[in-house]
Design a protein. Sequence first.
Length: 330
Amino acid sequence: MSQTSKPVSYGGQAVIEGVMFGGKRVNVTAVRRKNGDITFLEVPRRESPLLNKLRRVPLLRGIVSIIDASAKGTKHLNYSADAYAEDEMDPEERAAQKEKEESKWSLSMIIGVAAIGILSFLFGKLVLTLVPVVVEDFLFGGMFTSQIGHNLAEGVIKLILLLAYLWGISQTPMIKRLFQYHGAEHKVISAYEAGVELTPENVQKFSRLHYRCGSSFIMLTVIIGVIVYSLFTYESIWERMGQRIILLPVVLGLSFEFLKLTNSLRDVPVLRYLGYPGLWLQLLTTKEPTNDQVEVSIASFQRMLSLDAELEKAPVEERLNSPSLDPVKG
């Protein structure tokens, strides 16, 4: 697949036994079923003018993008989880489940799923932000005279907890396969950006690591957090924890901007190393995929490109009410 113009910066995420890719006009998830078939969830993107404006505002655009991705990604993850559960059912259970699914999705249900995705992200981020504060204060409360020393120790503890958590979950078979699909997602994007034909053999030649990854973003929040927190003083652990919560949007916004910067500099010798900490973390959050997993990732990406092209040519009304796309089930 050769590109004559600069390719769009596509992104995606791994789901259970599959991969989701976000296009300009549609998000597509491909899932490998137990019988070997690949099924799709195709969700048209309906962006609000307000969100589009906020995405142009430095610092704020990062927070908006993260929350939006968390909300939309939850729906695709649920689709893959439902497909996996359905494959494990006997025929009678599957028929009953399918009947139930037909009336399951309402507007309130969709909003609820999006809210769960956002709240899960925020809760996880708060835990990773506040627990290291408590642990550091307990272990090193009277050890450092400088608060910068406490901030550095807090950052090290946060990094250790993060690495331990990722290593621990990566030992489970399901998460290991999820991380393999994460690697497949990165390989497909890299192959597309290199302009090669998307075949399993070609795609497998590329690295499973990619600069523009959420794992890199997580690593950056740890590093940027230490720097930002060192600009403020506190008198007690409660004030310290309050500062962390208040400054969390600032840390997220700055980390997003720095991630964009490192991605833009990845071809510059010396400066490319700015993105290496995030790539190192991806050694835990990605695994080498099999050809079958890469095939699913390619199917998702090509389906997304195909639908994007179709919707690009369609009138606005048809784009928003396309009969070929079910915004819930695919």
